[in-house]
Design a protein around this ligand. Structure first.
Ligand SMILES: Cc1ncc(COP(=O)(O)O)c(C=O)c1O
Length: 390
């Protein structure tokens, strides 16, 4: 049995997989088991931001794997403490909770927001407002928070106390405030929903409204964080701070890790015993995340991401002039969406045949999320292939 047959026979059939088996990676390049080479413009969906097998990441994994991999959170470990310090120093936050995925980080944020208001008997603020077309994960609470019906199908009854409103519509948010809301949860740039950015005025008004109501603002930066949008955290572009923020994906460049960051005030919602996870912030993943952060948070590295993102978008906009099936090019940094007026899947397939990995979302949108170390030459090569394929 080959790998595809074995997977299809023994692994749950929950992914619509493309018929490729990858065996090796380096930088923005992947190789399949037949020795074919591909340039990766997906990076494991915005995960391997430093590219595949970055030498510093490989070296810290090797070192930490032979030093200490896991100790229970019943004890203290050095990499976790240091990572929390660095995350706090580089963000709005005062406290960090470590999880293992984006969904878990969001689950923690939802629990924190509810418990912040409901620590004491009788407080009735429990509703979470999130956005239509949002994506927050696949656990029961996070799929309930997610603003896309297809994700929820068959899982009813969902969790009580979630309300969805149109994105970028401040009136809808005002109308949803009824004294029972504890938090607004949103992605500064919707990723899975189609690469749609919040309007700056909207985000400022959301913050003001949350302050007026005395409720918490939660940013899901699972996809947009860690330099993806050209800033360490995408909300820095707007200069509008949250009370809680979640991270995952690129945090440990492919090792499973999530984090929920919060202000001192919001963090008071949790106490000993409120929340826990066995693997959260183990020495192995935490030491990798420290290395990733030290590279990505360099101003020069981030500036370079912004420049390459602008260059990429300008090349795609040029393509738009000669290909009427391109409706829109949008995004921030190296999270870029190209909306088509035709199905995106055949384009993805053709690009793969020509050695480029890209991704389709929402049926007609191409999403590009290359490793942040992608070169201009690699961008040029993809744009040339897109030109031919389209
Ligand atoms: C914005 C956002 N939140 C949450 C998640 C869920 O993360 P995970 O798949 O690690 O649970 C994703 C995954 O794509 C995401 O893009």
């Amino acid at each position: 049995m080959n790998t595809i047959e074995k997977t299809d026979k023994y692994v749950f059939n929950t992914y619509g997989r493309i018929q490729k088996v990858f065996v090796r990676g380096e930088g923005a390049t992947l190789w399949d088991e037949d020795g074919n080479k591909y340039t990766d413009f997906l990076a494991g969906i915005a995960v391997c931001s430093l590219g595949h097998c970055h030498p510093d990441v490989t070296s810290v994994i090797t070192h930490q794997a032979s030093t200490l991999v896991h100790v229970s959170n019943l004890y203290y470990t050095q990499p976790q403490a240091e990572l929390a310090r660095v995350l706090v120093e580089k963000s709005f936050a005062d406290k960090v909770f470590f999880a293992n995925s984006g969904a878990e980080a969001n689950e923690a944020a939802i629990k924190l927001a509810r418990r912040y208001f409901n620590r004491e008997e009788g407080n009735q603020r429990y509703k979470i407002i999130s956005m239509k077309q949002s994506f927050h994960g696949r656990t029961m609470a996070t799929l309930t928070a997610t603003g896309q019906d297809k994700i929820k199908h068959g899982f009813q009854p969902l969790i009580d106390g979630f309300v969805h409103i149109p994105f970028n519509d401040i009136n809808a948010l005002e109308e949803a405030m009824d004294g029972t809301v504890c938090a607004v949860m949103m992605e500064p740039v919707q990723g899975e929903g189609g690469v749609v950015a919040a309007d700056p005025d909207y985000l400022r008004s959301v913050r003001e409204l949350c302050d007026k109501e005395g409720i918490l603002l939660v940013y899901d930066e699972v996809q947009t964080g860690m330099g993806r949008c050209g800033r360490l955290f995408a909300h820095e572009m707007y200069d509008v701070k949250p009370d809680i923020m979640t991270l995952a994906k690129a945090l440990a460049n492919g090792l499973p890790m999530g984090a929920m960051l919060a202000t001192e005030k919001a963090a008071q919602g949790f106490a000993v015993g409120s929340h826990a996870t066995t693997f959260g912030g183990t020495p192995l993943v935490a030491s990798v995340a420290l290395t990733v952060l030290s590279i990505i948070s360099e101003p020069e590295f981030l500036r370079n991401c912004t420049d390459k993102g602008e260059y990429f978008k300008s090349r795609l906009n040029l393509l738009k002039k000669s290909h009427p099936q391109i409706k829109d090019v949008r995004g921030q940094g190296l999270l870029i969406g190209m909306e088509l007026d035709v199905e995106a899947a055949p384009v993805v397939e053709k690009c793969l045949e020509k050695g480029f990995i890209i991704n389709a979302i929402q049926g007609n949108i191409l999403r590009f999320a290359p490793p942040l170390i992608v070169s201009r030459e690699e961008i040029d090569a993809l744009v040339d292939v897109l030109d031919t394929v389209l």
